[in-house]
Design a protein around this ligand. Sequence first.
Ligand SMILES: NC(=O)c1ccc[n+]([C@@H]2O[C@H](COP(=O)([O-])OP(=O)(O)OC[C@H]3O[C@@H](n4cnc5c(N)ncnc54)[C@H](O)[C@@H]3O)[C@@H](O)[C@H]2O)c1
Ligand SMILES: O=c1ccn([C@@H]2O[C@H](COP(=O)(O)OP(=O)(O)O[C@H]3O[C@H](CO)[C@@H](O)[C@H](O)[C@H]3O)[C@@H](O)[C@H]2O)c(=O)[nH]1
Length: 332
Amino acid sequence: MAEFLIVGGAGYIGSHMCKYLHSKGHTPVVLDNLSYGHRQAVKWGPFYQGGLADKELLSVIFGSHDIQAVMHFAAFCYVGESVTDPLKYYRNNVSAPLDLLESMIEHRVLKFIFSSTCATYGEPTSLPIDESHPQNPINPYGRTKLMMENILDDFDAAYGLKSVCLRYFNAAGADPEGELGEDHNPETHLIPLVIRSALDKARKLTVFGDDYPTKDGTCVRDYIHIMDLAQAHYLAMQHLLDGGDSRKYNLGNGNGHSILDVINTVAKAGGVKIDFAYADRRAGDPAALVGSSDKAMNELGWKPEYDDLETIIDTAWNWHKSYPQGYDGENS
Ligand SMILES: NC(=O)c1ccc[n+]([C@@H]2O[C@H](COP(=O)([O-])OP(=O)(O)OC[C@H]3O[C@@H](n4cnc5c(N)ncnc54)[C@H](O)[C@@H]3O)[C@@H](O)[C@H]2O)c1
Ligand SMILES: O=c1ccn([C@@H]2O[C@H](COP(=O)(O)OP(=O)(O)O[C@H]3O[C@H](CO)[C@@H](O)[C@H](O)[C@H]3O)[C@@H](O)[C@H]2O)c(=O)[nH]1
């Protein structure tokens, strides 16, 4: 039984991580300012409402809990907004975490798991993308994540802060027990939007672009189940707790699915017909992103369990059916 600080633990991925840690007998201590998260999603340990740069609050947390490692999920994540308001992104995703890292160093908590992204690779030059692929992000969001990866390299060299950077592909699905799900507000992610339009015909679905060089003209993505992400974080943390060195890993399934594949799979899961309209391409969308995660499998022993699109979508469908308006009934 150990305590871990989960920054951003009221959010989509962080809340599932907390449930996973609790199932392994550990205590997730959550710090979240609820700028996007949900109080209802924090159920498995103490909750501190506050910002990740609040050093006074961090001192209270590190002083009153025996924190073994920190998992950092808190960031702003809207790619489009990062282009129109980069200041907001550099401040929250790069500047604020410096205070968190400083506080960790002061309290000698030197193990850190970081939510990075395949958006750090930018437009891929080859598929599947492995960790040696050049990192040339094409938007400020991706650049903030790459900056953090570089900062973590420097902090390891200078302060001995060990980290694992996990570059997720498209996080998807929900807690198979139906307690937790994806509830971003505004929601921009494909799978929840397709499901919501299937549940409520008034919610129109738009497919951005039908002229990509893919099998059906729509964008291809690699969807990875949220509980498989949680398993990988757990293994990465054990690697650090065992005295392991800093690492960087992709987390994806290695399968590319087009937007039409997603729509057809949701239609099958719900036994419904889904209407949609095509619109222009969304700025900044690469045609296809598919990852190789062999490194995480070989080095961490990671084994995704929910790796087919049907299972991923079934779990998401179940949660949205129970919470069609989100956790607090406000997501329309
Ligand atoms: N969802 C994806 O497909 C995906 C893919 C790759 C990487 N990521 C990364 O994973 C992480 C989690 O993503 P998510 O989808 O769960 O997002 P989310 O918005 O659901 O969760 C982020 C949480 O962090 C909190 N937060 C934000 N800024 C904060 C601050 N300054 N202080 C305290 N709390 C703060 C929010 O309130 C929210 O609860 C992010 O870092 C994101 O960039 C997500
Ligand atoms: O209403 C919609 C929403 C999305 N899409 C398309 O669906 C695909 C997937 O989009 P989305 O679910 O928004 O995911 P991504 O843009 O691929 O980005 C996600 O996955 C990245 C890693 O791939 C993370 O870094 C980001 O944080 C996360 O938002 C893209 O082609 C979108 O243009 C639509 O056609 N219609």
